[in-house]
Write a protein that binds this ligand. Structure first.
Ligand code: SF4
Length: 301
């Protein structure tokens, strides 16, 4: 194996977004101030192991579902929850703190209005993800189809209602464009709502901007993070080589074989210190020779 690493380039936008920072702050403040018994986040506050572990150390635990909490306070994560979760929490006498990202609440409001106007909704997202489950929970049964692929879209049968298309905030920008073009063809009067959030769009655009300067991309993020996985998929399609790593220790030295330039990005739920750990590891592997190029101005949303 030959290590020839000369350059490490950071994407112009990476890491924590507005919604994640806000949710973590709410969780920390709740942990510090509540006098209403144990504090638990439903699912994970954001999909990042080190963030979840740090909060656990500060007394903010997690429960997989609201039914897992019998007393105290439950926090709804940045991804949101269906109304049924709030109802259950109330019935169980739990104190509820809502840290849902305002951009996710925006989707809830859009779908509620669409339902009132008699639309059937096609939602481009993943039903295994908290955010999509939360969105779907705001729509009456039989009035929404969740699709993940263009083939699933093509398999839908129009039911005579007006149709609208929405998206998970972390969907691929290019994928959504492809889905919406095909959906417009299949459902001629379709209303399209691009509900991919700014943070997602910025991070996806920024990682593509690293081309043609890098040969490989490292995405720092958790495997359970939808937007980190999306950044890896996009990077693979652009650069061929891309790896998703949670910690610097996940990096395998052989990935650097013959590589001179590496790009780095991070999902919206990844704290900066994890990115810095990866940079330090790479610089060390290069024998201190690699130059780290950081974007001049990094605005984060
Ligand atoms: S990724 Fe977007 S929708 Fe999700 S928390 Fe961040 S800003 Fe909000």
């Amino acid at each position: 194996m030959e290590i020839r690493l000369k350059k490490i380039m950071l994407a112009r936008h990476y890491g924590f977004c507005m919604g994640v920072k806000r949710a973590i702050k709410i969780a920390e403040e709740t942990g510090n101030t509540t006098d209403k018994g144990p504090v638990n986040v439903i699912s994970e506050i954001v999909h990042n192991d080190s963030v979840v572990q740090k909060l656990a150390g500060e007394g903010v635990g997690t429960v997989a579902k609201v039914e897992g909490a019998s007393v105290g306070t439950v926090i709804v994560s940045a991804h949101g929850q269906p109304p049924a979760t709030f109802d259950t929490a109330k019935k169980r006498g739990l104190n509820i703190v809502d840290a849902t990202c305002p951009l996710v609440i925006n989707i809830h409001n859009i779908v509620k209005k669409l339902v009132n106007k008699d639309y059937h909704i096609i939602h481009f997202g993943d039903l295994h993800h908290d955010e999509t489950r939360g969105v779907v929970g705001h729509i009456p049964e039989g009035r929404v189809d969740v699709i993940r692929t263009i083939d699933e879209l093509r398999g839908l049968k129009p039911n005579g209602r007006k149709y609208a298309l929405t998206s998970q905030t972390t969907a691929g920008v290019g994928d959504f464009e492809e889905i919406s073009n095909e959906a417009k063809r299949l459902f001629p009067n379709l209303e399209v709502f691009n509900t991919i959030c700014n943070a997602t769009t910025q991070r996806q655009t920024a990682v593509m901007e690293l081309a043609p300067d890098v040969e490989m991309v490292l995405v720092v993020g958790s495997k359970s993070s939808a937007n980190s996985n999306r950044l890896k998929t996009i990077s693979e399609s652009v650069y061929g080589k891309a790896y998703l790593i949670n910690f610097s220790t996940d990096f395998k030295d052989e990935w650097l074989d013959g590589i001179e330039t590496v790009g780095i990005t991070a999902g919206a739920s990844t704290p900066d210190f994890l990115v810095e750990d990866v940079i330090n590891r790479l610089v060390e592997l290069s024998g201190g020779k690699a130059e780290v190029i950081r974007p001049e101005k990094k605005k984060r949303r």
